[in-house]
Design a binder for this molecule. Structure first.
Ligand code: SF4
Ligand code: SF4
Length: 328
């Protein structure tokens, strides 16, 4: 374990570019944070989760999955250096762990794992939240973790790959107690939000939320799809084929359960034909259907959909309304 100044962190990340396609949180000229290359903007490791869907590095919004020529079709293989992705919060690491399951159980998605298998995941935590608050420590589910004390970063490795890379970082050797102290602070964080979604999940699974609730809240939805586009555990996609010369390329593109055409069938019948059914489906899926299917709630409370929804229909907002109305 080492303590690194922010300059040493930056040099370490830059040095990784020889072997990896390094993506880090950067600040753009307009002040927003996103994931980019080390030199594409100002390094902005602190500040909490990056607004964009962080799992998009492995499941991009649009990608070619198949090249088809007469008599021959080939799955598109991942090319270039393996990814080295910095900026996962503890909640993001939980999201990634879930979608690793999603893409590997029953059917293994080789396109996803072509990018994911060799990737290095670096979480960022500690005293570097948007307002200086303490961000929960992942403590695993990643190769490396950068834990801020408000000024410097403690670099901790959890995997053999992470340990080998951490040896290449500059910095000074750190006392194990520093990690334990940070863990104690992390463990002391009480999450009211977790209790909230658990209560909402119970209400949904016990069918205590009437249709009129969904009619009343969904009236606000403008179908912008932001909630799905930023969610690290949303995995729905559509496919289409595009022809150029003698090749047909098959693309997969993110889909959104908030769109009218999401479930529309060829006959014209639409099982999710109204906005209230679609909003219900988005929330019910993560809090009731997924616990049944996967044994876990699949909202990890990353906060992105609440930050992105222009009409207050992020999952925490909806859960709050639901629990206030039907929770007693
Ligand atoms: S908080 Fe919203 S965006 Fe984040 S995992 Fe939950 S549903 Fe997805
Ligand atoms: S972000 Fe809000 S307004 Fe946009 S589709 Fe989702 S619920 Fe509707």
């Amino acid at each position: 374990m080492k303590i690194l100044t922010i300059h040493e962190v930056q040099s370490f990340l830059k040095s990784m570019e020889a072997t990896y396609d390094v993506r880090v949180p950067i600040r753009l000229l307009d002040g927003t944070r996103t994931l980019g290359k080390v030199d594409e903007g100002t390094l902005a490791i602190g500040g909490g989760c990056v607004p964009r869907k962080i799992t998009s590095v492995f499941f991009p919004q649009m990608e070619t999955v198949l090249d088809m020529k007469p008599g021959k079709s080939e799955q598109v293989k991942s090319q270039g250096k393996p990814l080295f992705v910095v900026g996962f919060t503890a909640q993001d690491a939980d999201c990634l762990k879930f979608i690793d399951r999603f893409y590997s159980e029953n059917y293994r998605d080789d396109i996803y794992f072509g990018k994911r298998d060799e990737a290095v995941i670096v979480c960022v935590s500690g005293r570097c939240g948007a307002d200086g608050e303490f961000l929960k420590i992942a403590g695993g589910n990643c190769d490396l973790e950068l834990i801020s004390d408000g000024q410097n970063y403690l670099l901790n490795a959890y995997t053999e790959k992470g340990q080998a890379l951490a040896r290449k970082a500059a910095g000074t050797e750190a006392d194990e107690n520093l990690y334990q102290q940070a863990m104690n602070e992390s463990d002391a964080i009480v999450s009211d939000e977790l209790e909230l979604v658990q209560k909402a999940s119970t209400l949904l699974r016990e069918e205590k939320v009437p249709d009129e609730f969904w009619v009343s809240v969904s009236d606000r939805c403008i179908a912008c799809t932001s909630c799905n586009m930023v969610c690290p555990t949303c995995t729905c996609f559509d496919v289409f084929d595009r022809k150029s010369d003698d090749t047909i390329k098959r693309w997969r593109v993110w889909d959104s359960c908030q769109l009218d055409g999401f479930m529309r069938e060829a006959s014209g019948h639409n099982p999710l034909g109204t906005e209230n059914l679609r909003t219900r489906r988005r929330i019910h899926h993560k809090l009731a259907a997924d616990p049944k299917r996967w044994g876990q709630i699949t909202c990890m409370l990353c906060g992105r959909c609440d930050a992105a929804c222009p009409t207050g229909l992020g999952i925490k907002s909806v859960c709050m309304e639901m629990v206030q109305k039907y929770g007693s």
